[in-house]
Design a protein around this ligand. Structure first.
Ligand code: ZN
Length: 510
């Protein structure tokens, strides 16, 4: 056949590209495994050598990836790839690798080394200054970070907004202008909901604040996430300080958790959250294994999957009706006299609070949007670093009706700006919330029976829908492309606002 003959030379070139990419992927997996070990079982005295080992591996994989030979292979393959249907595995691979490659080679190695060193020093300074509430000592460091962030963006000229290239690192294709409009509307819609809820007596979550032994909490969380569809043949769960999901291959996607014996809300919901991230990765098509397509597409989309399972499913009434009797049976002394309604209200308690990571699903977005807006203002030069702490307090008062007592629980609370660039670090969290509802409403439209199934502890229809529409594709599509494919349009607020109004309207009789 003509076609076969024509494809043969391309086949060899493609094979060579794939072989190189798989080697880089193997180095990346080894790096991830060392990270996972560092965050779980590594003894403290292993830290210094581990830092060096991680640096060696990432240098090797970086060197292999920016090798001009990769660029040449892409040059040779692109004319062929452009003739293939857009969404074939090979055409998608070449398109995505070209994007990654251009990104990698545009940032000079010397700049990257300097910026990494600055970030490491900045992190150390932050770790010391935050407990001491000492913004002054960090100000010059953060000014330098802002300078580096602008330089970083400028390696990608032609942007519409200076934050765009930085947003691209996490959420490729999302523009600052679009996110700003979306967040502006969300803030307007959220503020009155938060205001109305805070005028009422706060939900009583004392039932969650008893002593729940660790072993039973872990056992229950494992049972829940297994039933949701997280595959323990291709994963495992271990304890850590800050829960995360990591992947070494499509057959080895791990989650981690932490347990607070005196607070039931911690372990279970963080396991469901990380389980959501992990099911996304476990759902990627086997054929993409070992290549850059075999991973989730974008921070916001990834977060939409963890939040969908954690909040929309895990904190729903239907889910609670199914699992709460089991939880009562496991902790009879603590919960047998606590009615389901009390538990349901407790796990959905909304309260204006100072710290983003402790926030409930309603107020959480206000924390994120505040940070996103500051990133834009700083990058645009509208706001100076020296004025940031006070600007933070003022905006916080506006959005939350309260003021942090100090900078420690104000501008110093998050590590992001002290461990990387300013720009692109936060929008994914709220995009994830918004998208979780948009996707879920789409799934319900296709399968209205999903909510009844959840009430019976069945999650296959939902998970299969997510796998078919989202998970299986890996990074084949950008976030905007995938959202368009799944929902027929761009990111939309309405499903999320409807979800919040429905759920919290009922809970708080709004
Ligand atoms: Zn997450």
């Amino acid at each position: 056949m003509d076609k076969g003959r024509r494809e043969d030379p391309m086949h060899d070139i493609l094979q060579e590209l794939k072989t190189r990419l798989q080697e880089i992927n193997d180095l990346g997996s080894a790096t991830s495994l060392l990270h996972w070990d560092q965050a779980t079982y590594m003894p403290p005295k292993g830290a210094a050598a581990r830092a060096r080992q991680l640096a060696t591996l990432s240098r090797l994989s970086q060197e292999k990836f920016v090798d001009p030979a990769i660029g040449k292979l892409l040059d040779q393959l692109e004319p062929w790839a452009e003739e293939q249907p857009y969404d074939t595995d090979d055409a998608s691979l070449i398109r995505v690798v070209r994007r990654d490659y251009e990104e990698a080679i545009k940032i000079p190695t010397a700049f990257m080394a300097e910026f990494s060193e600055h970030s490491a020093l900045s992190y150390q300074a932050w770790a010391k200054a935050r407990p001491e509430n000492d913004f002054a000592s960090l100000q010059p460091i953060l000014e330098k970070t802002l300078d580096y962030s602008r330089q970083l963006a400028d390696f990608f000229p032609g942007y519409e907004h200076i934050a765009d290239p930085l947003i691209d690192f996490a959420d490729y294709g999302m523009k600052a202008s679009d996110v700003r409009v979306l967040f502006g509307e969300l803030r307007q819609q959220l503020s009155p909901i938060v205001q109305a809820i805070s005028e009422q007596a706060p939900a009583d979550d004392a039932c969650l604040r008893q002593v729940f032994p660790e072993a039973e909490q872990l056992q229950f969380s494992e049972e829940v996430v297994r039933q949701l569809g997280y595959d323990f043949q291709r994963g495992r769960m271990d304890k850590t300080h800050h829960p995360f999901m990591t992947k070494f291959s499509l057959g080895d996607v791990r989650i981690t958790t932490r347990v607070k014996e005196e607070f039931l809300g911690e372990c279970l919901y963080s396991v469901i959250h990380e389980g959501g991230h992990a099911m996304y990765e476990q759902g990627i098509r086997r054929e993409l294994e070992g290549l850059p397509l075999a991973s989730g597409t974008g921070a916001g989309l990834h977060e939409s999957q963890s939040r969908l399972w954690e909040n929309i499913v895990g904190r729903s009434r239907a889910f609670t009706e199914y699992f709460y009797p089991r939880l009562q049976a496991l902790f009879p002394a603590q919960l047998k006299d606590v009615p389901l309604e009390t538990y349901y209200r407790a796990i959905n308690k909304v309260e204006r609070s100072l710290i983003r990571t402790d926030a409930d699903e309603v107020t959480y977005n206000l924390h994120v949007m505040l940070r996103f807006d500051f990133e834009l203002d700083l990058l645009e030069g509208k706001l100076a670093i020296k004025d940031l702490p006070e600007a933070w307090h003022a905006r916080f008062a506006e959005d939350f009706g309260m003021r942090a007592p100090d900078d420690r629980d104000g501008v110093l609370q998050d590590v992001h700006w002290f461990a990387g660039q300013i720009g692109g670090a936060f929008q994914g969290y709220t995009l994830g919330n918004v998208l979780s509802a948009q996707f879920y409403s789409q799934a319900l439209e296709a399968h209205p029976e999903i909510s009844d199934q959840i009430r019976q502890g069945q999650f296959d229809t939902l998970r299969t829908w997510l796998t078919e529409n989202i998970y299986q594709h890996g990074r084949k599509y950008t976030e905007p492309e995938l959202i368009e494919r799944v929902t027929g349009g761009p990111v939309a607020l309405e499903p999320y606002i409807a979800y919040l109004k429905g759920k919290y309207g009922e809970l708080y009789q709004l």
